[in-house]
Design a binder for this molecule. Structure first.
Ligand SMILES: [Zn+2]
Ligand SMILES: [Zn+2]
Length: 363
């Protein structure tokens, strides 16, 4: 699994930094993309990413710097006869944005299944009657919004950009946006000038570590039995001996899957500290240095020091800063500022590729 930073500038691009976009390439080949800054399709090329693989795109918010690259990428997919399914998740408004491009500039998704999921910000719940009556007293308050189990309204469009598309409104009682066998993605609302989500990617538990030496020592013949033991399953040998691979030390207990949290634009808030709690990798905006703290507060962004404080409070392992204001040609001052608070910080640059390791290999 690896992360590839496709754009690391905020608001406007610079000579060396494109607008926000990050790819997470899973071992299965599935591609996850967080935000789609302008020119993301060329960065796909530059990073040697494959265009036609199952892909899920998460859009944090509908500010231009995070979403303008999406039409270009979809045109590219269409022109190159994409066949693999694509799901795009983002805040309410995403479908209208794409639909207007469909109607005005002919954006299409002819050969592949395009699903769009709009997450409705709590203050904008719509069409609730389509699915159920609103119960009295369930109007959103700050309190319910902050819990894991707050109600989330999702508008799903299947066969999107095709004449046969369907729209469905559902209410779910959890914050999981995507749940597949190999990973799940949760979100929380941040504090920015428009509704903005941050995302938490959680990989399914990983198999324990297998010791072939120990298996040979216990005379388990190589082959299908080894496979089953790698999954933690007990096996019976031909002579009737039952072997529990964990208890006999052939395999360790399942390991926690890798956890990556991405926070795009936000002011400092509690929601990001709880979403990022105990993450292995925390990718966080650091638009400004502390010399512009007043600007950061006014525009609802973070300084590098704020990002460091969030990483410290959330007890993450590794902080990666991105989304730098174009005024910083050199971001070393931002790195130093965050490292004072949270030493294990690095700065992203365009096309930086980071191999993602399980927690116990991260020391
Ligand atoms: Zn931004
Ligand atoms: Zn923004």
């Amino acid at each position: 699994m690896d992360l590839i930073f496709l754009g690391t500038s905020g608001a406007t691009p610079t000579q060396h930094r494109n607008l926000p976009a990050i790819a997470l390439r899973l071992d299965s080949g599935h591609l996850i993309v967080f935000d789609t800054g302008e020119d993301i399709q060329r960065q796909f090329e530059a990073a040697n990413l494959r265009f036609n693989v199952p892909t899920t795109i998460f859009i944090s918010h509908l500010h231009g710097d995070h979403v303008i690259g999406l039409p270009g990428l979809l045109f590219n997919f269409h022109l190159n006869s994409r066949s693999k399914a694509l799901t795009i998740v983002g805040p309410l408004g995403l479908a209208s944005f794409l639909m207007s491009l469909h109607q005005i500039v002919g954006l299409k998704a002819s050969n592949y299944a395009l699903t769009v999921k709009e997450i409705v910000p709590p203050q904008l719940k719509t069409d609730v009657k389509e699915v159920k009556e609103v119960k009295e007293g369930t109007e959103d308050t700050k309190n319910t919004e902050d819990t894991e189990n707050a109600e989330v309204q999702v508008i799903t469009y299947t066969n999107f950009l095709k004449p046969t598309y369907e729209r469905r409104v559902t209410i779910q009682s959890h914050r999981k946006l995507i749940e597949k066998w190999e990973f799940g993605v949760k979100f929380s609302w941040m504090d920015h000038s428009v509704p903005t989500m941050a995302f938490r990617f959680e990989e399914a538990p990983l198999d324990g570590k297998f010791s072939p030496e120990r298996a040979i020592e216990l005379r388990v013949p190589k082959g299908p039995l080894w496979k089953r033991m790698q999954k933690g399953q007990s096996i019976t040998l031909k002579n009737g001996t039952l072997i529990d691979p964990v208890e006999t030390g052939i395999v360790t207990r399942p390991r926690r899957g890798r956890i990556i949290v991405y926070s795009a634009d936000t002011a400092k808030c509690e929601a990001i500290v709880s979403l990022a709690h105990d993450a292995d990798y925390f990718i966080c905006e650091a638009t400004y240095g502390s010399e512009h703290e007043d600007l950061a507060v006014e525009k609802k962004h973070l300084t590098a020091r704020f990002a460091g404080e969030i990483a410290r409070d959330a007890q993450v392992v590794q902080l990666i800063l991105t989304h730098f204001s174009s005024r910083y040609k050199d971001v070393s001052s931002l790195l130093e500022e965050a490292q004072v608070v949270f030493p294990r910080t690095q700065v992203a640059e365009d096309l930086l590729q980071i191999a993602i390791y399980p927690r116990e290999e991260l020391s």
